[in-house]
Design a protein around this ligand. Structure first.
Ligand SMILES: Nc1ncnc2c1ncn2[C@@H]1O[C@H](COP(=O)(O)OP(=O)(O)O)[C@@H](O)[C@H]1O
Ligand SMILES: [Mg+2]
Length: 198
């Protein structure tokens, strides 16, 4: 969380290997991924990381199913298993009746659920979400928030979310902000709170 311009998106882009930092290391399970070349990095990203942005970035002329299966096709998966995987996750996010609809014909909330399905079709280890409900009304935001938390539990992926939404922030286990380019915990550790009361 944190004010606009503080570097939240930049941090997510670096974590997601979309941007390279000027200095420092980026390790996934001990592996320094900044050493990979662009092709290796694209492959790593495709298999390991899912992204959801404020705007869905779907291809409007393609169906929900086609949009959601795109990362699987890019990974080299055959069409049929890619379709099955995309269908399963679209059903899971409540879009069973929208599989063959073009993305451009769907509501904002439905589009963001397709984007979520696309991010999860490869069963990534980590899901990075940048203001995922910043463009949605309260009802659709609550639906996506609940889905994010449920899928985090079911699929066991790590979830890193940038949000201005206190309702979403309240659901996660750790809250941080950025000050002078450094991460700071937003919740006081219990030990500190105890020592203050004493
Ligand atoms: N650690 C950093 N070093 C250099 N530039 C940064 C850093 N963090 C953010 N910026 C720059 O600050 C601007 C706003 O950052 P951004 O990540 O979009 O902020 P936010 O998502 O919090 O609104 C961008 O131009 C970005 O390149
Ligand atoms: Mg941002």
């Amino acid at each position: 969380m944190g004010a606009s311009g503080i570097g939240k998106s930049t941090l997510l882009h670096i974590l997601g290997t979309l941007d390279r930092p000027d200095s420092g290391e980026l390790r996934y399970s001990g592996k320094d991924v900044l050493q990979l070349d662009d092709i290796q990095l694209a492959r790593f990203r495709n298999r390991t990381i899912g992204f959801v942005f404020q705007f869905h970035h779907l291809l409007p002329e393609f169906t929900a199913l086609e949009n959601a299966m795109m990362p699987a096709l890019i990974s080299g998966m055959e069409k049929r298993p890619a379709m099955e995987a995309a269908k399963a996750i679209l059903v899971r996010v409540g879009l069973e009746s929208r599989l063959e609809h073009r993305a451009g014909e769907l509501s904002g909330g439905e589009q963001q659920r397709v984007a979520l399905a696309r991010a999860l079709v490869m069963q990534p280890d980590i899901l990075l979400a940048d203001e995922p409900t910043g463009n949605l009304d309260r009802k659709n935001s609550d639906l996506i928030h609940a889905l994010l938390m449920e899928l985090n539990q079911e699929m066991g992926m790590a979830l890193v979310v940038v949000t201005h939404n206190p309702a979403l922030a309240a659901l996660v286990s750790r809250r941080v902000t950025i000050m002078n380019g450094q991460l700071h915990e937003l919740d006081e550790p219990a030990t500190l709170a105890t020592s203050l009361t004493i």
